[in-house]
Write a protein that binds this ligand. Structure first.
Ligand code: LFR
Length: 480
């Protein structure tokens, strides 16, 4: 039987990896070729991505991966690099946690009211949406020289192939795409003075994105031609594509630095209630809508671990499991937790401010974070079903958080629904399968999901206890 190899480049907020997926009609294996740190750097002008070091990591990874049939790239969303008229990168891409966008949304809304913006783009409010970043950058001398805006995966694709494009699933996070037509929202861009000509033409998951340049072949030792294929280049789009659901009535939570919790729908939900609940309509494979809420996610724990000097996580989670449940909870969706630094103190402060017991030890803070995260998962899963009129009977957790068994169990308890956890490397698997689909090795989304279900280890968590304690905690939070 035919087995082909695909390299999936998957860049996360704290590390990047190059994975090799070997795919046959009935088989799917994923192996890590190379993992490298992604370390944002704070310089006097602000928080920046070290994109050259990421590109070097990609080249090292391709060399380690060896000969493959195609390469696909996905990463976090919204951020971009600027190119000048010669195609040269202008400065280091700005990190979405940079503070330059503070207060910018309000200025945009003075021209296009928030309600109109939501009706046209379906994108939730987040200070870092590309639209607000572009507005913040507009008057800088750097931006004046810019002739091209390339989202992060598109920038790396350009360096690998010399070809420019804008992949649609990631473009949908710019807040400049109409989720109904899957085309640019010309009206919105016009009114805000944003030149859509700065973006390269749209391409869709599965489209060809060029082939590795001669210099790249030389640097990686690969034999050409090696095509690069557009995948769901927004990591969350790739992860949702890899949710091993059996039917259609499922909710998903993509866990990692963020928790992205919601539904896969055929059409966007653009109601006033949806906007008030801050749900977003990002685009997925085949014109599907990823109707979801951004929750601060394991970022709260990652930042706390960093503050504590990175103690052993396994030990800490066992201790946290012994701490009484739901003593204090914080709003894991609050923008107050967006910036890095002093996380345990900020969590404690939020508990104090809402009149709850203040967690002191690392185990207590960890328990507070995981309870809060499970509570945020519960609210998002419930709100999504309600707002979309789309009831579900199972919650799939994919991504790095599936390794956190306490979080998975608490999420099942909080949602009052069974949780199926896995795969952990969902984004890379979704990336690989979209490439394989182009080669006819897998069929539609359903059969992609089936292949994952049949080949990847999954764990099931049944809900325990009653919903009453979670309801009470929810009440405490909304009164705070
Ligand atoms: C997750 C993610 C989220 C996006 C956030 C910022 O990695 O891509 O979907 O909202 O990062 O880009």
């Amino acid at each position: 039987a035919t087995v082909r190899s695909y390299a999936a480049v998957d860049l996360g907020a704290s590390s990047g990896r190059v994975m090799i997926g070997r795919v046959g009609t009935q088989s799917l294996e994923l192996a890590e070729a190379h993992r490298f740190p992604n370390r944002p750097v704070r310089i006097p002008e602000g928080l920046r991505w070290d994109v050259l070091s990421l590109y070097a990591g990609v080249l090292d990874g391709l060399r380690a991966a060896g000969q493959v049939d195609s390469v696909g790239i996905d990463s976090w969303a919204v951020d971009y690099g600027l190119l000048d008229a010669d195609g040269a990168l202008l400065g280091n891409p700005v990190h979405y946690r940079d503070t330059r966008t503070e207060g910018v949304a309000e200025k945009v809304w003075a021209t296009v009211p928030a309600a109109e913006l939501y009706a046209a783009t379906g994108v939730q409010y987040a200070p870092f949406n590309t639209l607000y970043q572009l507005t913040a950058a507009a008057s800088s001398s750097q931006f004046t020289r810019a002739r091209r805006v390339l989202l992060i995966p598109d920038l790396l694709t350009y360096w690998l192939t010399g070809e420019q494009g804008t992949e649609l699933t990631n473009a949908s996070t710019t807040q400049l795409i109409d989720p109904g037509t899957c085309e640019w929202s010309y009206g919105i861009a016009d009114r805000l003075g944003i030149d859509l000509g700065l973006f390269a033409p749209l391409r869709r998951p599965g489209d060809p994105a060029g082939s590795l340049r001669a210099e790249v072949l030389e640097a990686t030792g690969l034999k050409g031609p090696v095509p690069v294929t557009a995948v769901g280049s927004h990591d969350t789009a790739s992860a949702v594509a890899a949710v091993p659901a059996t039917g259609e009535r499922f909710a998903y939570i993509c866990t990692g630095t963020w928790s992205l919790a919601g539904l896969e729908l055929d059409t966007p939900v653009l109601t006033r209630e949806s906007r008030a609940a801050n749900f977003t309509n990002e685009l997925g494979l085949d014109g599907t809508v990823r109707y979801l809420r951004n929750i601060m996610g394991l970022w709260l724990l990652q930042e706390s671990l960093r503050a504590w000097g990175n103690p052993d996580l396994g030990v800490l989670l066992r201790e946290a499991a012994e701490v009484p449940a739901l003593r204090s909870v914080v709003d894991a969706g609050a923008a107050a937790f967006l910036a890095p630094g002093r996380m345990p103190e900020r969590v404690a402060e939020a508990c104090r401010a809402s009149g709850q017991p203040v967690p002191g030890t690392p185990a207590e803070v960890t328990r507070c974070i995981l309870d809060s995260l499970a509570l945020a998962h519960r609210r998002a899963v419930a709100d999504a079903q309600h707002l979309a009129g789309y009831p579900v009977d199972v919650v799939h957790i994919v991504g790095g958080g599936t390794r956190n068994t306490l979080l998975c169990q608490l999420t099942a308890d909080a949602c009052g629904l069974p949780v199926v956890a896995g795969p952990a490397e969902a984004a890379a698997l979704g990336n690989v399968l979209v490439q394989a689909r182009g080669h006819g090795l897998v069929g539609d989304r359903r059969s992609m999901r089936q292949l994952i279900r049949e080949t990847q280890p999954l764990a099931r968590y049944e809900p325990r206890g009653s919903a009453a304690s979670w309801q009470a905690a929810e009440g405490r939070l909304s009164r705070a």
